[in-house]
Design a protein around this ligand. Structure first.
Ligand SMILES: *[C@@H]1O[C@H](CO)[C@@H](O)[C@H](O)[C@H]1NC(C)=O
Ligand SMILES: *[C@@H]1O[C@H](CO)[C@@H](O)[C@H](O)[C@H]1NC(C)=O
Ligand SMILES: *[C@@H]1O[C@H](CO)[C@@H](O)[C@H](O)[C@H]1NC(C)=O
Length: 597
C-alpha cells in the first residue's frame, strides 16, 4: 500500500491513537476500583469462580447446538456459513457420525476463517500455487501420495490416507517449518474478503452442481492460463514483528506502536494492553488474548517476534497448510503431525490417568529454552526464559529491582498469607520449573550458555508420563505452539495454557472449563497458583482444579481423538476442493432441499 498516506488518513490515525490512550487510561483507572481481594467471603466470589461459571454457560450453549441428522447439520451449515454445504457433504456426515463425532457446526469455524479469503482468489491461481509448491501431497482418483520423505509430510500423508477415498482431486501444499509462513497485509485481506463476500450466497437449488472437477494427472503441467500471476517472494528478515504486524488493522495498537529493537534490558511486563481480554486480573476472553494486534508490548515478550529460529514469510496468499499459526497468519490449519503421530514424548499416555488424589499439589514445567534464537542481547524477551525465571525462588529472593525479565506480583492479587510473607519460599514449595537445555546461539546450539548462566541451570528432563504426577502443568509456547497440549488435555492434570498460537481445535475447547488460560505476560500466574494451591483454599479450590482436569480429559476423549482430526480434515479438504474449482459458486450439496422441491 502506497505512501505517503492521505492527510485525512493521517488524522484518523492520530485520533485513534489518542482515543486508545484515553480508553486505556480509563480502563486502568476503573480497574483499580475493583480490587481482586482474596479470599473473598459471602456473596463476593473470587474472580476465577465467576469465570468458571461463565465457562459452564458457554460450554452448555455450545453443546446445545449439536445436531442429530444430516438435514439439521446442513441447515446449521447454511445458517452459519451463508452457502450451501460443499459437494459430498453427505459422505462427510456419514464418516463423521460413523466415527462418533459430535456435530456442532461451530467446531469447524477455523476452516472458514482460514479459507474465506481464498474465495477472493481465482481458482486457477489457487491450483497453480498449490501445484508449484515444493512440498505437497496430491490426491488423484481417491489416492493420496507424495514425493516428499520429510517426516511431517509422511505423517500428514498417513492422516489423509484415512480419508483419501472420500476426497476429490487436489494438491495440498504443506509448510515444512515450525513457524507459520504467510502474513498477507491486512489491507489486501480486506480486498479478498470483499470479493469473497460477493460470492457468499445459497445458489438456486436447480443450478447447483454436486460434484468436483477432476485435475490433470500429477506431473502433467496444466495448460491453464494464469493471467498476471506474480512470482511469490519469500522474506527472511530475522526480526519478525514488523512482518507479523502488517496482518493487523491499520488503526490497531500493533500497527501504531513504535517498533522495539533493543531487547537488551528487562522488558516492560505490566501492561494496559492486556486489559481488553482480562477481567479482575484473569483471562476472560481467551481468543482475544491470542490476538497480538491489540497487544504491541508482546513484540518484546515473545521469541517469535524478536528472532524466530527461521523466517520465511510472504505477503502472497497461497494455499499453504500447516500445523499452527499466529492469529494473523493466513496459513490453513491442519492438525499438527505431532498430534496425529501420538508420539510418546508429546502425549505421555502412560501416566495420563494417574488419579488426582495421588498427585502432588504442585505445578511442574520442564523444557528446552526454545522460542527462537536466544542471544546475550535478547534472551530477556523470550517467553520460556521469563516463565522459568519467575518460578525460581533464588531469583525471587534476590529482590532485584527490576527483576531481570519478569515482574513481581501486582499488589491487587491478594495472594495467600504464606505467599505474602515469603514469596520465594512459597514458590519453592508449590512449583518445580526449570530448563533442560539452554540452546544458546554462540558456537552452534550449546546446552549451556555463559550469558544466561547466572539465571538458569539446566536440569534433568522429566518424561511426559511423569509430569502427570503434578496437578498443574503450565504449557508455554516454544518456537511455535507447544506440542504437549493435547497430551496435557487428555490427562488427569490441569493444563495452564499461555499461547499466541492458533490450532485446529480452538473452537471446540472452552477456557476455564477444559483448561486454565493464562495471559501471555504471565502476570496472572501468581494469582492462578494462589487460587488453586493457596493453603487456605485447600479443599474447595482443589476440587475445582480436579473438575477442570477431568472435564478437559473427558472432552478431549470426545472431540480431540484422531477420528475427530480426520473428520476435521475431511471437511477442510472438501471445502478446499470447492474453493479451487472453477465452478465453485454453483457447487454444493443440496439433496435435502431437492427432496423438498
Ligand atoms: C472475545 O473477543 C472477540 C474479539 O473482540 C469478540 O468477537 C468476542 O465476542 C469476545 N468473546 C466474548 C465471550 O466476549
Ligand atoms: C560468552 O562466551 C562468548 C564466546 O566465548 C564470549 O564472546 C562472550 O563475551 C561471553 N559472554 C559472557 C557474558 O561471558
Ligand atoms: C535459579 O536462579 C539462580 C540464581 O539466583 C541460578 O543460579 C539457578 O541456576 C537457577 N535455577 C534454575 C533451576 O534455573
Amino acid at each position: 500500500m502506497g505512501f505517503p498516506p492521505r492527510p485525512t488518513r493521517c488524522l484518523r490515525y492520530i485520533l485513534t491513537a489518542l482515543l486508545l490512550t484515553l480508553t486505556l487510561h480509563f480502563l486502568t483507572a476503573s480497574d483499580t476500583i475493583a480490587s481482586w481481594v482474596w479470599p473473598l467471603t459471602g456473596a463476593n466470589k473470587h474472580p476465577i469462580d465467576a469465570l468458571i461459571q461463565a465457562a459452564e454457560r458457554e460450554f452448555a450453549a455450545k453443546l446445545s447446538k449439536s445436531t442429530q441428522t444430516l438435514a439439521a447439520a446442513a441447515a446449521a451449515y447454511r445458517k452459519r456459513r451463508g452457502r450451501h454445504p460443499p459437494p459430498w457433504f453427505d459422505k462427510w456426515y456419514k464418516f463423521a457420525t460413523e466415527h462418533g463425532a459430535i456435530i456442532v457446526e461451530d467446531f469447524w469455524d477455523q476452516i472458514y476463517h482460514d479459507l474465506e479469503p481464498f474465495w477472493g482468489v481465482q481458482p486457477a491461481q489457487i491450483r497453480k500455487d498449490a501445484r508449484d509448491f515444493e512440498m505437497r501431497i496430491q490426491i488423484r482418483d481417491g489416492k493420496a501420495s507424495t514425493e516428499s520423505d520429510w517426516w511431517w509430510t509422511q505423517i500428514w500423508l498417513n492422516m489423509i490416507q484415512t480419508i483419501e477415498h472420500l476426497l476429490p482431486d487436489m494438491d495440498v501444499a504443506l509448510n515444512p517449518m515450525d513457524e507459520p509462513r504467510m502474513v498477507v497485509p491486512w489491507e489486501d485481506i480486506e480486498v479478498y474478503m470483499k470479493r469473497a463476500a460477493k460470492t457468499r450466497r445459497t445458489a438456486d437449488v436447480r443450478s447447483v452442481v454436486s460434484d468436483f472437477s477432476p485435475l490433470p494427472p500429477v506431473g502433467e503441467a496444466s495448460q491453464e492460463h494464469h493471467g498476471d500471476a506474480q512470482p511469490i517472494e519469500w522474506e527472511h528478515d530475522e526480526h519478525y514483528w514488523p512482518i507479523a504486524r502488517r496482518g493487523c488493522p491499520p488503526d490497531s495498537p500493533a500497527r501504531l506502536a513504535e517498533v522495539i529493537t533493543d531487547f537488551d534490558k528487562p522488558p516492560s511486563i505490566a501492561s494496559p494492553f492486556s486489559l481488553a481480554h482480562m477481567r479482575n486480573g484473569y483471562v476472560a476472553n481467551y481468543t482475544l488474548s491470542t490476538d497480538f494486534c491489540q497487544q504491541p508490548d508482546l513484540q518484546a515478550l515473545e521469541g517469535i517476534f524478536v528472532e524466530p529460529l527461521s523466517t520465511s514469510a510472504t505477503k502472497s496468499l497461497i494455499p499453504l497448510f500447516g500445523g499452527s499459526k499466529l492469529f494473523r497468519n493466513n496459513d490453513i490449519l491442519l492438525p499438527s503431525p505431532i498430534y496425529w503421530s501420538e508420539e510418546d514424548r508429546f502425549i505421555g499416555a502412560e501416566g495420563a490417568s494417574i488419579p488426582w488424589a495421588s498427585k502432588h499439589s504442585s505445578a511442574l514445567w520442564r523444557g528446552v529454552a526454545t522460542g527462537g534464537r536466544n542471544r546475550e542481547t535478547n534472551w530477556r524477551a523470550f517467553q520460556r526464559h521469563r516463565f522459568v525465571a519467575m518460578n525460581n525462588a533464588s531469583l525471587l529472593a534476590q529482590r532485584a529491582d527490576p527483576p531481570p525479565n519478569f515482574a513481581l506480583p501486582d499488589k491487587r492479587y491478594a495472594l495467600p498469607a504464606a505467599a505474602q510473607a515469603d514469596l520465594p519460599g512459597w514458590i519453592a514449595r508449590t512449583t518445580d520449573v526449570a530448563f533442560t537445555e539452554m540452546v544458546c546461539l554462540y558456537e552452534g546450539f550449546t546446552p549451556t550458555c555463559n550469558y544466561t548462566a547466572p539465571y538458569f541451570a539446566p536440569v534433568e528432563n522429566v518424561p511426559m508420563a511423569d509430569m502427570f504426577q503434578h496437578k498443574y502443568l503450565p504449557d508455554i509456547d516454544g518456537n511455535s505452539f507447544s506440542g504437549r497440549y493435547l497430551g496435557f488435555l487428555r490427562s488427569t492434570s490441569v493444563p495452564v495454557k499461555a499461547t499466541l498460537f492458533r490450532e485446529w481445535h480452538d473452537a471446540r475447547l472452552v477456557a476455564w472449563k477444559h483448561f486454565v488460560p493464562m495471559d501471555p505476560r504471565f502476570g496472572d500466574w501468581w494469582g492462578i497458583l494462589g487460587y488453586f494451591l493457596g493453603r487456605d483454599r485447600e479443599g474447595t479450590a482443589d476440587k475445582v482444579g480436579e473438575r477442570i482436569a477431568l472435564a478437559g480429559r473427558e472432552w478431549a476423549g470426545r472431540v480431540l481423538r484422531k477420528e475427530d482430526m480426520a473428520v476435521y480434515v475431511l471437511r477442510l479438504l472438501l471445502e478446499y476442493g470447492r474453493v479451487m474449482d472453477d465452478r465453485r459458486e454453483v457447487m454444493g450439496w443440496v439433496e435435502d432441499l431437492r427432496q423438498e422441491l
